[in-house]
Design a protein around this ligand. Structure first.
Ligand SMILES: Nc1ncnc2c1ncn2[C@@H]1O[C@H](COP(=O)(O)OP(=O)(O)O)[C@@H](O)[C@H]1O
Ligand SMILES: Cc1cn([C@H]2C[C@H](O)[C@@H](COP(=O)(O)OP(=O)(O)O)O2)c(=O)[nH]c1=O
Length: 227
């Protein structure tokens, strides 16, 4: 049986440019947490809902104006927050997001919209407890996308991804952890897991104090060497 871990849940955002390894890491984190009977919800933005579908179609065919992209992203994110993210946090789940509002700051910021304005428009969205920024050179990300068998879309030119990368690296976010994503996926996972376990400990102790219950949950999550 899985259990809600922390009152108010734990929100993890996995960020970085295309091909950085976000989906790979999000799946592995979810798998390892679930193996420890921790309830996990995984989300991906843009979602597969109606607004997300419009955005994906635009990325495949040619781009919308940055204002129109922001409008659709905000509609998509509001629906995701209301229908998936908030209910999962209320249950005490660990929520892992494969892209979230920092992607808007990076990608729409790279198109010339003010990053602080984008962050302001996203203030309705719960703040991540931890944001893992997978950092990789655009050429490496693009090569991985090709090796995955996909054709880079209109968001995915090297110049554009370099601007996005700079914004990700300079953005002020609470509890931001930059992970070198040029190394093997197992190494990226280890570094990220360490940061996630540390944040789980902080949140648990904040919520339940240094109790027997906290200690028991942390014992179950286990030492890093058990990975
Ligand atoms: N650290 C890594 N080193 C090499 N290849 C990787 C690494 N992480 C992921 N990959 C591979 O690169 C491709 C892109 O990874 P993916 O997780 O889909 O990236 P993203 O979600 O950031 O676009 C996939 O084929 C994946 O198997
Ligand atoms: C969430 C989000 C995504 N995007 C873009 C970045 C990606 O190129 C695209 C998502 O496409 P997707 O196919 O999900 O890419 P990936 O698997 O690499 O994450 O949408 C934005 O421009 N702003 C946003 O806020």
């Amino acid at each position: 049986m899985t259990t809600g871990l922390i009152p108010g849940g734990l929100l993890i955002a996995v960020e970085g440019i295309d091909g950085a390894g976000k989906t790979t890491l999000a799946q592995k984190l979810a798998e390892q947490l679930r193996a420890r009977n921790i309830a996990v919800a995984v989300g991906k933005e843009p979602t597969s809902g109606p607004w997300g579908a419009q955005l994906r179609a635009s990325a495949a065919e040619g781009r919308l104006s940055p204002e129109e992209e922001i409008r659709l992203l905000l509609l998509d994110r509001r629906q995701h927050v209301d229908e998936v993210i908030k209910p999962a946090l209320d249950r005490g789940d660990v929520v892992i997001l494969d892209r979230y509002y920092p992607s808007s700051a990076a990608y729409q910021g790279a198109r010339g919209i003010s990053v602080s304005e984008i962050l302001f428009q996203n203030a309705f969205a719960p703040k991540p407890d931890i944001t893992l920024i997978l950092d990789v050179e655009p050429a490496v990300g693009l090569e991985r996308i090709r090796a995955r068998g996909d054709k880079p879309n209109h968001f995915e030119t090297e110049d554009n991804l370099e601007r996005c990368r700079e914004i990700f690296l300079n953005m002020k976010l609470p509890s931001r952890v930059v992970v070198d994503a040029s190394v093997a996926a197992g190494e990226v996972f280890k570094k990220s897991w360490e940061a996630v376990v540390k944040m789980i400990s902080v949140k648990l102790i904040e919520a339940k104090g240094l109790s027997v219950e906290s200690a028991e949950i942390l014992r179950k999550i286990g030492p890093l060497t058990s990975i």
